[in-house]
Design a protein around this ligand. Sequence first.
Ligand code: URA
Length: 210
Amino acid sequence: MLEHLTVVRHPLVQHKLTLLRDKNTSTAGFRRLLREISLLLAYEVTRELDMTTCTIDTPLEPMEAPILDGKKLALISILRAGNGLLDGILELVPAARVGFIGLYRDPETLQPVQYYCKVPAELEDRMVIVVDPMLATGNSSVAAIDLLKKAGAKNLRFLCLLAAPEGVARMREAHPDVPIVTAAVDSHLNDHGYIVPGLGDAGDRMFGTK
Ligand code: URA
């Protein structure tokens, strides 16, 4: 079983994270790095994926061989930045079902406001991996997971690129049963709810909107 918090310290992950943090990294570079790092993080967060078997013929004889039960996985992207982590994971598990939850942060209260929700059926039978690059206050993540649990999800994981200690604590309090996988836990949140030192606004950096 994954710990409540797993920090992936693999050198390739840490190297790519440094390049992502660098404000001189271009939008195109940021996107490419995010896709690459998502493949590496996906490896960690999918450790406990359901397996099944299938019969194949090797050149020597038939065998019953292990295979991913990809249809039992649901990936839920918290819009819009979650989409940056989605593509890489889907390359590894192409049969996964995909859902989207649209939440924006009210700039005054920093509280999440839901504007979209479309998730796969039968969440109770799936491993559900929620993806959002930045676990900052934890408000959106907690709200998204509240919603998914109401829809039936029982077996959840949360995948992010960077976490703030405040967000990790909030998740631990609200959803101690949901393991978090991240590349780093940074120092703190600033007054605007940004992770410090962080990498800025992940959505703006990946879509070039600022
Ligand atoms: N969202 C971001 O994109 N960046 C942060 O630092 C915090 C929340």
